[in-house]
Design a protein around this ligand. Structure first.
Ligand code: PNW
Length: 458
């Protein structure tokens, strides 16, 4: 039996538009950068695309019923910007809004509170053609889009998340080129970080004017461990921590960029204009925390074997010779997921305590907006690994709450097996199995386990 969580705790599952919806040509949806990226030969494992994905665009009533059966009281999903503004600008496409309108109402009928993410990486291709997030104008386009969505749904959505994991979007999409839009700019991608943050900051007042819901940003966090206690390895860990855990949080909570001098960046960013940092630091009602695993780093050229679990290890080959001030180091002694990510439940508690210690009174209440693991899909393989993962992380989370961290909710990534970006359909994160040939959904053992746990709270 799990320890008891506070009264009113938010329990949910999470998904994102591009990973589940499919129906990429329907009801006036425009192209997104992920449609283009998937069409690049070799970009996605097995040549998979998300043209159909989980066909959630048509099967959403069944998916809502699955959540109702699970007993969650919240659902985190994202809106596909190209459904709302097919060209990334101009008036809203009513059919695009209608889809989310119906979804939100159906959720309400089952007592499931929507947590709406405005941007989970699916930029309209038309905006990419105009420079994408390298172009400052995209930040203004994002704020306009946020207003259009809130015009329609502001009265019924209690939780708004501006951006999902801008760190991964910047790094994998714009610095390393393994995600859409497939740009490999390395540190020259820094303007992307600023324009994403500016878009977030500009969107906040647009939302405030149209909803009384809470407004958050979601970042992915990873406690950074140092390979050894040497001064060089500790410096490497500090440098990576600034990138992974601070670049998208310090500006939002403290109104300034972290020290990036280890990267040869002096902080006089030419792309920062007067007043930007005030816009970016608009007060928030909460912070979304996605947690998967810790990262272990060493000083560059220390010859350590890769094998950690992070943006870093996933793209290790891309880092050779880049002159970055850190190197990925393996984390041994823990079970690993199908992705190869080590399972370190206490890392969630460690990260939450670090956030509290680092930001103190500037840290708003936390929602854990993603946590979960991929398990190999083998006939007869029990889903015990996911059960153990969730059980361990929920215990660590409970401990962090007992330590005094103000955590208000927890969302499992993910409701369904889905399109796992560059990994295609091979990595299965779902509580519910999806047979992509037939679209048949089958709840896994972890779904039933979580349903029983949630029933204990009712
Ligand atoms: C998140 N890392 O991405 C995303 O928000 C989801 O869309 C995704 O499906 C999920 O996690 C599982 O991957 C991440 O390398 C991508 O540390 C990479 C990392 C972490 C999160």
């Amino acid at each position: 039996m799990l320890p008891r969580f506070p009264e009113g705790f938010v329990w949910g599952t999470a998904t994102s538009s591009y990973q589940i919806e499919g129906a990429v040509h329907e009801d006036g949806r425009g192209a997104s950068i992920w449609d283009s990226f998937c069409a690049r030969p070799g970009a996605i494992r097995n040549g998979d695309t998300a043209d159909v994905a989980c066909d959630h665009y048509h099967r959403w009533p069944e998916d809502v019923a699955l959540m109702a059966g699970l007993g969650v009281n919240a659902y985190r999903f994202s809106v596909a910007w190209p459904r709302i503004q097919p060209e990334g600008r101009g008036p809203a496409n009513p059919k695009g809004l209608d889809f989310y309108d119906r979804l939100v109402d159906a959720l309400a009928e089952h007592g499931i509170a929507p947590a709406l993410t405005l941007y989970h990486w699916d930029l309209p291709q038309a905006l990419q053609d105009a420079g994408g997030w390298m172009n400052r104008d995209t930040a203004h386009r994002f704020a306009e889009y946020a207003g259009l969505v809130a015009d329609r749904l502001g009265d019924r959505v209690p939780t708004w998340i501006t951006l999902n994991e801008p760190f991964v979007h910047m790094t994998e999409g714009h610095a390393l080129g393994v995600h859409a839009p497939g740009e490999a700019l390395l540190l020259d991608a820094l303007p992307v970080a600023h324009h994403l943050l500016l878009g977030h900051g500009l969107a906040v007042p647009e939302l405030r004017g149209r909803t009384s819901g809470q407004v958050l940003i979601t970042n992915n966090y990873s406690p950074v461990w140092t390979a050894t206690d040497s001064a060089a390895d500790r410096a490497a860990a500090t440098a990576f921590d600034a990138l992974q855990n601070r670049l998208f949080t310090d500006p939002v909570l403290l109104g300034r960029y972290p020290d990036l001098s280890a990267y040869g960046v002096d902080g006089a960013f030419p792309f920062v204009q007067d007043g930007d940092m005030n816009v970016i630091a608009a007060p928030l009602d909460g912070l979304g925390v996605n947690y998967y695993s810790p990262t272990r780093v060493a000083a560059p050229n220390s010859g350590v074997q890769s094998g950690g679990a992070s943006v870093l290890s996933e793209v290790e080959g891309h880092l050779d010779g880049t002159g970055l001030p850190f190197e990925d180091a393996p984390i041994d002694g823990y079970p690993v997921t199908a992705f190869g990510w080590p399972v370190v439940p206490e890392g969630l508690r460690e990260m939450l305590l670090k956030l509290r210690d680092r930001y103190g009174a500037a840290l708003p209440p936390i929602l854990v907006t993603e946590n979960g693991c991929s398990v190999r899909d083998e006939p007869g393989r029990p889903d015990q690994e996911r059960i153990d993962f969730l059980d361990g992380h929920l215990r660590a989370l409970h401990q962090a709450i007992a330590d005094g961290v103000d955590v208000r909710g927890y969302f499992v990534w993910s409701l369904l097996d889905n399109f796992e970006w560059a990994e295609g359909y091979e990595q299965r994160f779902g509580l519910v199995h999806v047979d992509f040939a037939t679209q048949r959904r089958t709840p896994k053992a972890s779904y039933h386990w979580l349903r029983e746990r949630l029933a204990e709270y009712r």
